[in-house]
Design a protein around this ligand. Structure first.
Ligand code: PNS
Length: 161
């Protein structure tokens, strides 16, 4: 039984993440998202919000999500994961993902499998989605309806976030 772990901070999950998740389900018996902490980031949405929105977006694919409160490498060892999955939109993604893939292989001996995203989603990044939403733009083609609503609420609560 092969298990792929798709880690990220998902602030918020986008249609690009969902597309990669769908591709991963064709390669592995089981795919689980790991909502982990990126110490380089400040988050707009709470951990619970990010988890709920991602679970809702992934439900049609039969993909679950776990909150990982520590090293991703330890979680991969505990679960007996076969591989870590990451999506690549282009070369810049590979530059930032390579050190993470190497440290995870160093710590847990686990390989990272990179999947190329759909070109039509290549411009979708969580940070850009938030910026568009922050300024009142339409994000309905970039995220699920639940995420679009959550972003609208977040920026209505705090226009400066
Ligand atoms: O979506 P992101 O923010 O690029 O995801 C990065 C994330 C959360 C996967 C990464 O920061 C992570 O694995 N955090 C858990 C702690 C850890 O294992 N750190 C060392 C490897 S980067």
């Amino acid at each position: 039984m092969s298990l792929a772990i798709f880690p990220g901070s998902f602030d918020p999950i986008t249609l690009g993440h969902v597309d990669i998740a769908r591709r991963a389900t064709t390669l592995f018996d089981d795919v689980v998202f790991a909502l982990a902490h990126n110490s380089a980031k400040r988050y707009l949405l709470s951990l619970d919000q990010r988890a709920d929105l991602a679970r809702e977006a992934l439900k049609p694919l039969g993909v679950g999500l776990e909150i990982v409160d520590g090293l991703l490498a330890d979680y991969c060892k505990e679960t007996g994961a076969t591989a870590i999955i990451k999506g690549l939109r282009g070369g810049a993604d590979l530059d930032s993902e390579q050190p993470m893939a190497l440290i995870n292989r160093h710590l847990a001996g686990i390989e990272t499998v990179f999947l190329l995203g759909e070109p039509r989603y290549a411009h979708i990044a969580s940070s850009l989605v938030k910026d568009v939403a922050r300024h009142g733009g339409d994000v309905s083609d970039l995220v699920t309806p639940g995420v679009a609503d959550a972003l609208r609420d977040a920026f209505a609560d705090d226009g400066d976030t």
